[in-house]
Structures are given as structure tokens and as C-alpha cells.
Design a protein around this ligand. Structure first.
Ligand code: ADP
Ligand code: 5SP
Length: 612
């Protein structure tokens, strides 16, 4: 740590600080920012390594063979905050200077609070760990279904049939039915465990669970111990109707999930609670647990947590035709979108930092009307399940668990000018999201006359699989991104992306980023200020919420404006605003190879799906 950072972390300074927490698939992370948005320090808890008693692998547990169930223990997320608190204390973070906190959570994953939870949450104090005070009694379901779960195929069919097909469902909820989405997950669980469902006080997402835990121990606000779901994150549930300015839980879908009964649908709406449409609203103050345990000030503000991908999107301002690629456990591609253009091919979410009108009459736009917009009202997203863990599986099997060896193999297989790859594969170790329900590993080799045949194994596996997996993953992005750009560019499908911002754990891999630049035919940049984009995005949201709550005249300042001005105020912006550094530029010859190869790859993918 350099001396300026040490000074910034001094408990004697008056400079406000902002905290972002990210509870993702494999880890819980925290980022501490200065008021000019300089990243001062980060901490992380890895679930497999630091909480081994939950026996997770990659942060999850798998249900019985063939069930498609993937979940994680609810208490593991709680205990990860206990460990994080210990690390914050040990690192000496000056928590009393933290003015606002926000968080992010893996998307779609639902949390089921018991009837006793509100009372338990109200009474927690700093004398014991959160996990010991809440325990399993706080939850009516011991596990949180994970976004990698694929157990709800039947429910997804029911969702689509109920509204007239996948396109009709996407037009209402922003996505066709997905097995990991919360609505189908709740429906399955209600059918399988009706009594536990009945005993459920509230259903939240991981994000709203963290907001709730941040306020644990009484936060002096509105007596609501269990905090509401954030609207951007609600778009990942297949239940939220974002097709009209009025917005709300879709009544026909509530009825379907709750059991085709009006009273049951009302009860489900009550369990889901009110949704936070203003990402910067103050929903409470930090709770007694945090004050007593970590010396947070009772004035420290809390605004709604959002999904990990929406939070990642907040970490950088994207220009038109720029995308963000988040290489966490999942691989995701996010592109801001000015208008609602739903499609079966990707997801549409509300932007996570909009300023909402207080009521319908004020904004004239309906109950949830907005008065101040961010530069883009929505964002579109592609998500792949076989991302980092699939690359890791190939690395472990063929490259002696070494990224260096993996990278060497990739580089040595890059196509030379005028050539085409000779090996290609599809590595759907887990049932994939894109293309839907794709399964298994499918390998193909090309003969001298460019005929592609399926293969049981490559001749030199260690030299070929690493390149095959990452080029195939990136070609899938390339093949699908056109649909999004076309939709958002008002029919202009000429150029592709102009720049990609890479974030997430695997974005530290330079070889991967160089291959990305070649395949996607545009430069790839990384934030100059390295850190976990997701918890940084959450901390930026906290900074914005604080500014709106405490600075007269700034009540409705837009997120982008607030962030840009804060950066300009500080030394961090000496060279002007948000800084990125170039990680990779496309190599003309290789880019040309990939452009010519794309139709072949698309045909191979169709063959793999047919099992040919
Ligand atoms: N050098 C590297 N090359 C490729 N992947 C990497 C490298 N370092 C870390 N990763 C990947 O980053 C992943 C974790 O990313 P992270 O953003 O922390 O995930 P999450 O937020 O979902 O818990 C790991 O699964 C690992 O495979
Ligand atoms: O399912 C999705 C998004 O739709 C995943 O992206 C999860 O949100 C988990 O994210 P990471 O832990 O991989 O960042």
C-alpha cells in the first residue's frame, strides 16, 4: 500500500468513504472507495477455501444426480459477512468514516425468510456472529437455488404457455423463461414443499438479503426488517412486468406460480414485497450489528443492493456500441440500451441507477414513474454458464492446473494469416443457457479439404483444447452480439462493437483478452483502477445515494453525472474522469481468419446441438 493510500485510510481524516459488498457465486468481496472514487482497499472471502464446513465446490452444492439442482447454503452467505467483518477489523478499515454502503448479489437466486426472521433480524447485536444469532431458524428454506440450477424445465414451459409463448413472455418480463430465473424456481419449490412455502414470511434475492443484513439490528427506518428487491434485479425473475411505464408484478404469472388462485397470488405478491425502483433511495441506516461490531456510525446510509451484473455495469460508463464483458464464474456480456427491445435471444433489464418519482402524479408516468434518467434506461445481457469453471476444468485436465501452460497452448494455436482453426469444441459441462439446454462436450477436427468431422478426442489434447474452448466461447459472443446491436441501432447492423471493457476474475488473463480482441474485432480495455468491478459498482451507487440524500439541490442528480463530477474532484481524475488502459488490440490477420470462420463455427454449433 503506498503512503497516499495509507493516509486515505487514516481514522483521523474527515474524508467520507463508501463501501460496496458483492456476494457472488464463489466469493464475498468488499471495496472501499474515497469520496473522489479512488479504490482504497479490497477484501475477499472465498467460500470453498474460507468456509470449508459448507463443503461447496465453486461456491455451490449439487442436488441428486439428474435433478439439475444446484444451490448454496443460505447460512454460508450470512457467515461470509461475519468473516468479512473480521477481515475488515484486522485490516483496520476506518469504518466510522463510511457514509454509505450498498451491495450486489448473484442474480436470480432466491432467499426464503421464515416467519420468525423479522423479529430475529430486529434483535441482533454486535456481541455475537450474525450466523449464530440468525441460524437456520431465520430461513424457511435452508438453501439458495443458484443461477446454475437447471431443475425447472417443466415450470419454464408452463410460464411460456401461460402467456402465449417465449416471445410473449419476453415482451412482458424482458426474457423468455429461464430455468435459473426466480419465478420458475419459486413455482417448483412451492409445489415440492408446500408447507415450507406456506411458512415463508418473505421471498427475496441475494441482493435484497444483503441489504436486509446491512440493516440488521434495527436501522431506525420504517420498521421493515426485510428490505425490498431492487427493480433492476427484479427483471431477472420472469415475474416483473416491465412492458408498461406502470410496471409491477405480473398478475397472471403470480397466479401461475402461486397456484391459480387469486388469494394465493395476493399472498405471493405480499411475500415478494414492494420493489425498489429508485436505486439510490435510502432504505435504512446501517444496523446495530455493524455499529457494535465494526464501529460504523449510526448515520451511515444504506441504499438498495442490486444484482452482480447490474452493479458491474455501474462500475464504468459505456459509450454507444461499447460492451462490458464480465468474466466471473459466468461469462456475461452487457450492453446499455436506450429502449425496451425484448428478444428471445437475450435479456433486457432496467438500468440499476434510475431516479424514481415519488408518486404517479409527480411524474405523470404511473405509479413507478421516473423523472431523471441515466444515459440508457435498460441494458441487454448474454449469460453463459460454462465460463470460468469450464476453462478451469480444461486447464486442470490438460495443462497441469497451470494458467501459464494454458495460455502458452492458446497462443501457439492462434490462426496464422489466411488459415483457419483445425480444432473446435463445445464445452457444455453444465447444461448451457446459450444455446438453451445444450449439453456435453462436442469436438470437431478439420481435414485438409476443410471438411469437419466429429472427434472423440483431439490428437494433441494439451495443445488444442485451451485454444478450442476460449475461441469457441468468444465466437458465441460474436455470433450473438449482432442481434443486440441490430436491435439497439435502429436497424443499422453494419459495424460490430467498437470497444469492450473486460472485468471479473478471468479478465486478469492477458491471453484471453488478446484472443477476445481478435475474435470480436475491437480493442479490449480494463479499468486502470483494478479491483472487483461488481463491489466497486455497488460502492459507486452508495456514493450517489449519499450525495442525493445529503446535498441540497442534488436530490435527483443522475448517477452518471454524480460519478463523473466526483471523479473530477479528486486526484484520481488528474487525467480526466474514468480511466481505462488498453489491454489488447485486434490483430488484423487473425481477426480476418475469425471473420471468415464464423459461419463454419455456427454450423458446427448446430451440429453439436443435434449431436452429430
Ligand atoms: N489468470 C486467470 N486466467 C483465467 N481465469 C482466471 C484467472 N484468474 C482467475 N480466473 C477465474 O476467475 C474466476 C473467479 O472470478 P470472480 O469474478 O471472482 O467470480 P465470482 O464473482 O463469480 O465469484 C475463477 O473461477 C477463475 O477461473
Ligand atoms: O445468471 C447470471 C446472470 O443472469 C450470473 O451472471 C449470476 O449473476 C452470477 O454471476 P457471477 O457470480 O458469475 O458474476
Amino acid at each position: 500500500m503506498d503512503s497516499s493510500t495509507t493516509k486515505s485510510l487514516s481514522p483521523d481524516s474527515n474524508e467520507p468513504l463508501f463501501l460496496g459488498i458483492d456476494v457472488s457465486t464463489q466469493s464475498t468481496k468488499a471495496s472501499l472507495l474515497s469520496s473522489s472514487l479512488e479504490l482504497l482497499s479490497e477484501l475477499a472471502i472465498n467460500f470453498d477455501r474460507d468456509l470449508p464446513h459448507y463443503k461447496t465446490s465453486g461456491g455451490v452444492l449439487t442436488g441428486s444426480a439428474g435433478s439439475g439442482e444446484i444451490h448454496s447454503p443460505a447460512l454460508m452467505a450470512v457467515e461470509s459477512l461475519d468473516l468479512l467483518a473480521e477481515k475488515i477489523l484486522a485490516a483496520g478499515w476506518p469504518t466510522q468514516r463510511v457514509k454509505a454502503v450498498s451491495a450486489a448479489g448473484q442474480q436470480h437466486a432466491s432467499v426464503y425468510w421464515s416467519r420468525r426472521a423479522p423479529e430475529m433480524l430486529r434483535s441482533v447485536n454486535g456481541s455475537k456472529r450474525l450466523v449464530d444469532q440468525l441460524g437456520s431458524q431465520a430461513f424457511s428454506r435452508a438453501v439458495i437455488p443458484n443461477w446454475q440450477d437447471s431443475s425447472t424445465t417443466a415450470e419454464c414451459k408452463a410460464f411460456e404457455a401461460h402467456l402465449g409463448g417465449p416471445t410473449a413472455l419476453a415482451k412482458i418480463t424482458g426474457s423468455k423463461a429461464y430455468e435459473r430465473f426466480t419465478g420458475p424456481q419459486i413455482m417448483r419449490w412451492r409445489r415440492e414443499e408446500p408447507e415450507a412455502y406456506e411458512q415463508t414470511e418473505r421471498i427475496g434475492l441475494v441482493s435484497s438479503m444483503v441489504t436486509t443484513l446491512l440493516c440488521a439490528g434495527g436501522d431506525g427506518q420504517d420498521g421493515e426488517e426485510i428490505k425490498g428487491i431492487d427493480e433492476s434485479d427484479a427483471c431477472g425473475m420472469n415475474l416483473w412486468d416491465l412492458s408498461t411505464p406502470k410496471r409491477g408484478w405480473s398478475r397472471p404469472l403470480l397466479e401461475l406460480v402461486a397456484g391459480d388462485d387469486a388469494a394465493a397470488a395476493d399472498e405471493l405478491a405480499r411475500k415478494l414485497g414492494a420493489v425498489e425502483s429508485d436505486g439510490g433511495r435510502i432504505v435504512g441506516r446501517i444496523g446495530r450489528w455493524w455499529q457494535e461490531k465494526l464501529n460504523f456510525s449510526p448515520d451511515c446510509l444504506v441504499c438498495p443492493a442490486t444484482g452482480d451484473n447490474p452493479a458491474t455495469l455501474l462500475s464504468l460508463a459505456l459509450a454507444p456500441r461499447e460492451a462490458m464483458v464480465s468474466l466471473g464464474t459466468s461469462d456475461t456480456l452487457l450492453i446499455p440500451a436506450p429502449s425496451f427491445e425484448p428478444s428471445e435471444a437475450f435479456h433486457v433489464f432496467y438500468h440499476p441507477a434510475r431516479v424514481a418519482g415519488r408518486n404517479a402524479s409527480e411524474s405523470g408516468e404511473g405509479e413507478q414513474g421516473e423523472v431523471v434518467e441515466t444515459s440508457s434506461r435498460y441494458f441487454n445481457m448474454l449469460v453463459y454458464k460454462n465460463g470460468s469453471l469450464a476453462r478451469e476444468a480444461v486447464r486442470d485436465k490438460y495443462c497441469a492446473s497451470s494458467w501459464q501452460e494454458f495460455d502458452r497452448a492458446v497462443r501457439s494455436a492462434w490462426p496464422a494469416r489466411g488459415s483457419a482453426p483445425q480444432h473446435m469444441g463445445f464445452y457444455w459441462f453444465k447444461e448451457e443457457i446459450i444455446p438453451p439446454n445444450a449439453k456435453g462436450v462436442h469436438l470437431y477436427t478439420s481435414s485438409k479439404d476443410s471438411q469437419w468431422s466429429s472427434a472423440e478426442e483431439f490428437e494433441a489434447p494439451g495443445a488444442t483444447h485451451p485454444h478450442s474452448i476460449i475461441s469457441s466461447q468468444l465466437l458465441s459472443f460474436k455470433s450473438r452480439v449482432g442481434a443486440i446491436l441490430h436491435e439497439n441501432a435502429g436497424g443499422d447492423n453494419e459495424g460490430g462493437l467498437v470497444r469492450i471493457h473486460a472485468t471479473g476474475g478471468a479478465s486478469s488473463n492477458q491471453t484471453l483478452l488478446e484472443t477476445m480482441a481478435d475474435v470480436l474485432a475491437c480493442p479490449v480495455v480494463r479499468p486502470q483502477q483494478q479491483g472487483n468491478a461488481c463491489s466497486v459498482g455497488a460502492a459507486l451507487k452508495a456514493r450517489w445515494a449519499w450525495e442525493r440524500a445529503t446535498k441540497p439541490g442534488r436530490e435527483r442528480v443522475a448517477f452518471d453525472v454524480c460519478v463523473e463530477e466526483a471523479r473530477k474532484e479528486g486526484e484520481a481524475a488528474e487525467q480526466g474522469g474514468q480511466k481505462v488502459k488498453l489491454a489488447a488490440e485486434p490483430d488484423e490477420a487473425r481477426t480476418d481468419c475469425w471473420r471468415r470462420f464464423l459461419p463454419t463455427w455456427e454450423e458446427l454449433e448446430r451440429r453439436a446441438l443435434r449431436g452429430e
